[in-house]
Design a protein around this ligand. Structure first.
Ligand code: ZN
Length: 1144
């Protein structure tokens, strides 16, 4: 029962809410009426009326926001009480299995406690495996990294061995050649022959993974061939596996891009083939992440195959017969996310390493290597064509390998992949492979005493049989939690180099990703607004919706292509890297067009004034990207007394206070909110042409913007009277060699040697070295002074034969050497009302730390940025290291694809390079008192080599190949930028475990900081104000989403009838984040969170309305659609939920 005292505030809140909503609606109607009247009123008066009206709406809106927050808090506390009441039963207290969550939730509703694994006796935790294994790499004999396998001949007498030989061809969408060159030279022929050769014999099978290639081929074949493809799919001779645009890298990719490329592939399959994949196939990515399995399971896949796993882990799994397992998310205590995973036991996915443990034997069953053909067997024993004379001997030799391999698994069903890179190109290869194997299969059939049944199969054939056998035998597979990084294929060859290789493009990838997400959302909102505007549901004729949709599609596909395991990894040849770079670059430019024209329509007060003119865009971006390998440059805006309009888009679902930065031609400028006329807090800084030379033509204008969620806000910038703007004060120094320069516009003073260098805001203070400008100490508000030292170091490469390259990190035995330069750095300190920063200009990099003087979360972290140029170096890698007094022991945490955090343990028994892990957006170390998080805007390698330390690899320049097929070093380095937020949080001594539990989450504050870091506001500039029509800001949401709910995407789906056109359906993707309980979020966070899983879409997205809502699978396949449902929806913590919606 609800007490009256609790009911009252809810009722009051409700009534207030209704009242405000009606008022709001009324005002909206009035505004429309005014608009109609405006034809007869003098323009000046209309303007005045409108702005007064808008001020009123503004005020109401703020009231409403406050009220929404109040209602949400009340509702949460109510539900929390209700929940504890229900759980407590008659006892009235809080107990039962989830009591810890609830009791902690009393102070922090909805947080996810770091739980100890509930793995039971059948579970494997990879962290434990790493603790257990000696990593001693003994010689295993024929199976070099394994052991001798024995069996008894009668082992299969009761249950015959069932072998599925699965033909495959691994087609990299770019590596040694570009995507297009591979397609023309190889892939096209493979697929053409596939059609002919599978049709010749219904027993033949084939699997195919890369939809990027398959769709390209499909677009070039006639209807007759397409029918043949559909027939082969229907007959189960051809299976499309995974169905992603590419076989994605799992270390550097962000989960947005991983899911987007999967959706692009699945949507293509649904549209053109009417099929969906059921099994995953990832045989070449360099290590595996459970984030990928989460997405596959969410997309409806049941089974999957992985290959590149550390050889010692493979051996251990083989010994334990756990090569087939149920892979479960670390944070999930239910089996909901489980997927059946098959790990290939041996060194590679080629034929020598897939038929059994002995490569010299298996190679003889790769008939493409028959004498006289293009490839041969390095083990010096060639294959022989199968003849009547040798068939018995050959069949028994192969069966022996099959039987040995089978002993590593729990069921008598055996998966034997048959293929390699770009295989099955020539018709003759199909013939030798398929005909010789068919003879062997026939021989087995004719000899029942061998107790083996072998045939060609697809992955689904295999898994279907596996599940049948397991269930018949009453066997269950073991459960595994954790990830498979960092991969080593032999000896101390750890593949941790590619976590950083080609960092310029790893960052460009994230720029495209952020641009794509922002454009998707704004485009979807624009179409919805247009339909509402036109009542009849039509789009505005002038708006190039179809062209824009095709630009979006191309952007999705180019981002998708770059997730390939030789693209984002930085492991392709130089010209291929340029090809990828051009694709990313072109896509960013094209998406910006869509973004601008959507914003144009949304902002027009009078929509009838919309016209689309490609040659005369309404707005430009505030920066110029001149080439695929250049950093963006801000455009200098010419100012006058007449206001210049800036349009800022906030792509996040949160109200945020951000600093907007533009470059102007005047040292004095005013910025006002165009709607209210309110002046914005601003500062003017110098634009530095060289470390000690100031531009006299350009000035940096920074102002504080309050941006409602997903809004477009207009600002007016004007030239101000001389001396009226707040200009930054500079202090400069260079140890032993003070710089000499003057500026007519800025006050510059010299820092005295040994004077303390300190910056701060109301949340924290930092101290830096006066010699180098590098950070030394940090103190939160009232806490103790903490040591956080920044340093830079070089790694060289090993002096042994094997050296670092694109894939491998093989540092010299001396480890990292402190960076030193003959010339001490120039240190520049700037102090202003918006932010203050310290810039250190070293020879190889410019390092900047910045403190924002802001309310909200933006003021709570320290921004760190680096621009690095190591083109003058030979075999060197530059790292940035933080040394703190956090007592984390050997434990630290890194994110997996930005989707979840994974505990890491730095192990002395492993070589240095094995202790590096991928970081796509976050890493932290912690003790019971505090947590130090480094949030990043790009993927890089990270390590915590000693307690208190955290280091990231910024760039690597390596002159040689590392023998993984690339045949070149990495020497195409560029001027490369990297950006971070450093966050120290007080844990209030609440954490029990030193270093932390196996499952941890970022705090709410860290989530919000990361969101702003990865999705910064986008600034556009209108051409000139003289002919500019009246603009009105666009605010689609009345209030922020709960701060643990992330709008992952709002992606317009393709029209089912009209190809290449947008439909009315939109994929709404929401990710409810798990967050840490030990550090309470600061009270200044302007959003709510909730303890219950149910949310109401009407509340969440008001005033946006969805006409229909269907929950679906993560890739929005129709088969996975659930029935249309109410606005009440369940969002489980940590989970991504996908909905097919139509927006009203
Ligand atoms: Zn590959």
């Amino acid at each position: 029962m609800m007490k009256r005292s609790q009911l009252l505030p809810v009722l009051v809140g409700g009534v207030f809410c209704v009242a405000v909503v009606s008022l709001y609606r009324m005002l909206e109607l009035m505004q429309r009426a005014e608009l109609k009247q405006s034809k007869v009123k003098p323009a000046g008066q209309v303007d005045e009326d409108l702005s007064r009206l808008q001020l009123k709406i503004d005020k109401l809106e703020r009231l409403l926001n406050d009220n929404n927050r109040l209602v949400a808090t009340l509702r949460d506390s109510l539900l929390l009480r209700k929940a504890s009441w229900d759980k407590g039963g008659q006892g009235g207290g809080v107990n039962g299995s989830s009591n810890s969550v609830l009791s902690r939730a009393g102070t922090l509703p909805g947080c996810r406690l770091a739980e100890k694994m509930k793995d039971g006796k059948n579970g494997v935790q990879l962290l434990d495996v790493y603790d257990l294994l000696p990593f001693d790499n003994p010689d295993g004999g024929a199976w070099k990294q394994g052991f001798d396998i024995s069996y008894l001949d009668n082992m299969w007498d009761d249950q015959p061995l069932e072998v599925f030989v699965v033909p495959h061809s691994h087609n990299d969408p770019g590596w040694l050649k570009t995507f297009d060159s591979y397609y023309e030279d190889q892939t096209k022929h493979i697929l053409n022959n596939m059609l002919i050769k599978l049709s010749e014999d219904s027993r033949r099978k084939m699997i195919w993974a890369e939809i990027s290639y398959f769709s390209k081929w499909w677009s070039g074949i006639d209807e007759q061939k397409r029918d043949a493809v559909r027939r082969l799919l229907g007959a189960g001779q051809l299976e499309l596996v995974t169905g992603g645009w590419v076989m994605a890298d799992e270390a550097n990719s962000h989960y947005f891009a991983l899911l987007d490329q999967l959706m692009e592939g699945h949507q293509w399959m649904q549209r053109h083939l009417g099929v969906r994949p059921s099994s995953g196939w990832a045989i070449d990515p360099f290590g595996h992440s459970p984030s990928m399995t989460y997405l596959l399971k969410g997309a409806g896949l049941q089974d999957m195959v992985i290959q590149r796993v550390h050889y010692a882990v493979k051996k251990h799994f083989a010994q334990q017969q756990t090569l087939e397992f149920l892979w479960r998310q670390s944070w999930d205590s239910s089996p909901r996310s489980d997927i059946t995973c098959h790990m290939m036991p041996f060194y590679s996915y080629d034929v020598p390493h897939t038929c059994g443990p002995n490569p010299s034997v298996c190679c003889q069953f790769d008939f493409h290597r028959l004498p006289g053909r293009r490839v041969n067997c390095p083990w010096k024993i060639s294959p022989q064509p199968i003849t009547e004379q040798n068939i018995r001997e050959r069949a028994l030799l192969l069966l022996d390998q099959y039987r040995q391999k089978s002993r590593l698994f729990r069921s008598p069903v055996l998966l034997v992949p048959l293929g390699d890179d770009f295989r099955f190109m020539e018709a003759s290869e199909w013939d030798v492979q398929f005909n010789n194997y068919q003879k062997l299969f026939d021989y087995f059939d004719q000899h029942p005493e061998l107790h083996v049944k072998a045939r060609f199969g697809t992955l689904s054939d295999y898994f279907l049989s596996l599940h049948k056998r397991l269930s018949t035998a009453g066997t269950t597979l073991p459960m595994v939690q954790g990830d498979f990084f960092t991969y080593a294929d032999r000896d101390d060859h750890y593949w941790s180099g590619y976590f950083t290789s080609r960092p310029f493009y790893k960052r460009l990838d994230r720029t495209l990703e952020a641009t794509l997400r922002a454009t998707e959302i704004l485009f979807s909102l624009t179409l919805a607004e247009m339909r509402r505007f036109r009542d009849a549901g039509h789009l505005v004729a002038d708006f190039p919706a179809r062209d824009h949709f095709q630009r979006l599609t191309a952007g999705r596909r180019n981002l998708g292509l770059f997730q390939h395991h030789d693209a984002i990894t930085g492991t392709a040849r130089d010209p291929v890297v340029v090809d990828y770079g051009n694709r990313l670059f072109r896509s960013i430019l094209n998406l910006r067009q869509v973004l601008r024209s959507s914003a144009h329509w949304l902002l027009l007060l009078d929509k009838s004034q919309y016209n689309h003119d490609q040659s005369k865009p309404f707005m430009e971006m505030d920066d110029v990207m001149s080439a695929q390998d250049a950093l963006p440059q801000k455009t200098t805006l010419t100012l006058s007394e007449e206001p210049r309009s800036l349009v800022v888009f906030n792509p996040t679902e949160q109200l945020c206070t951000s600093v907007i930065s533009v470059v102007v031609d005047s040292p004095d400028a005013n910025v006002v909110d165009a709607e209210t006329g309110r002046p914005m807090t601003a500062q003017i800084s110098a634009v530095w042409v060289e470390p000690s030379r100031v531009s006299t033509e350009a000035f940096q204008l920074d102002f504080v913007a309050e941006l409602p969620p997903l809004s477009l806000v207009v600002y007016h910038v004007t030239k101000a009277s001389v001396g009226s703007s707040h200009r930054v004060h500079y202090t400069v120094s260079r140890h032993g060699n003070p710089p000499t320069f003057k500026s007519e516009h800025f006050q510059v003073s010299h820092l005295k040697a040994d004077a303390p260098l300190s910056l701060g805001n109301k949340h924290f203070q930092i101290w830096s070295s006066s010699e180098t400008g590098l950070l030394q100490k940090l103190r939160l508000q009232s806490g103790p002074v903490r040591q956080v030292q920044v340093s830079f170091l070089w790694y060289g490469t090993s002096s042994a034969k094997d050296k670092s390259g694109a894939y491998l990190f093989l540092p010299g035995a001396e480890g990292a050497q402190l960076y030193s330069s003959s010339e001490p750095p120039l240190v520049r300190v700037s102090r202003g009302p918006v932010f203050s920063d310290i810039t250190s200009c070293f020879k190889h990099f410019t390092h900047k730390v910045r403190v924002y003087h802001l309310e909200g979360h933006a003021g709570r972290s320290l921004e760190i940025s680096n621009t690095v140029d190591i083109r003058s170096e030979v075999n060197r890698e530059l790292v940035m290291r933080l040394v703190s007094d956090v007592t984390n022991g050997n434990r630290f945490y890194t994110d997996l694809n930005s989707f979840q955090m994974q505990q890491r343990r730095t192990l002395a028994k492993l070589p240095l390079q094995a202790n590096f892990y991928p970081m796509s957006s976050a890493a932290f170390i912690q003790d019971s008192m505090s947590r130090l998080s480094l949030l990043s805007a790009q993927s890089q390698a990270v390590a915590a080599l000693r307690p208190g330390e955290l280091e990231v690899v910024l760039d690597r320049r390596l002159q040689q190949d590392d023998n993984r097929g690339l045949s070149q070093g990495v020497t195409d380095n560029k001027l490369t930028a990297s950006l971070y937020q450093l966050l120290l949080e007080d844990r209030g001594g609440g954490a029990q475990e030193v270093g932390g539990a196996s499952v941890e989450h970022l705090s709410l504050l860290a989530h919000l900081t990361s969101l702003s870091l990865c999705h910064p506001p986008i600034t556009m500039v209108a051409h000139s104000n003289s002919q500019l029509p009246k603009l009105s800001p666009f605010r689609p949401l009345r209030s922020s989403l709960p701060c643990d709910v992330h709008l992952l995407n709002l992606r317009t789906l393709e029209d089912a009838q009209e190809a290449g056109s947008p439909s009315q359906e939109v994929a709404l993707l929401l990710h409810r984040k798990g967050f840490d309980c030990s550090s309470a979020p600061p009270s200044s966070l302007q959003c709510t969170w909730s303890v219950h899983e149910e949310v109401n879409f009407d509340d969440l997205f008001a005033p946006l309305r969805f006409r229909s809502v269907r929950r679906s699978g993560l890739t929005l396949l129709r088969e996975q659609d659930e029935p249309e449902s109410a606005q009440q929806q369940q969002l489980r913590p940590m989970e991504i939920s996908a909905f097919r919606v139509e927006m009203d």
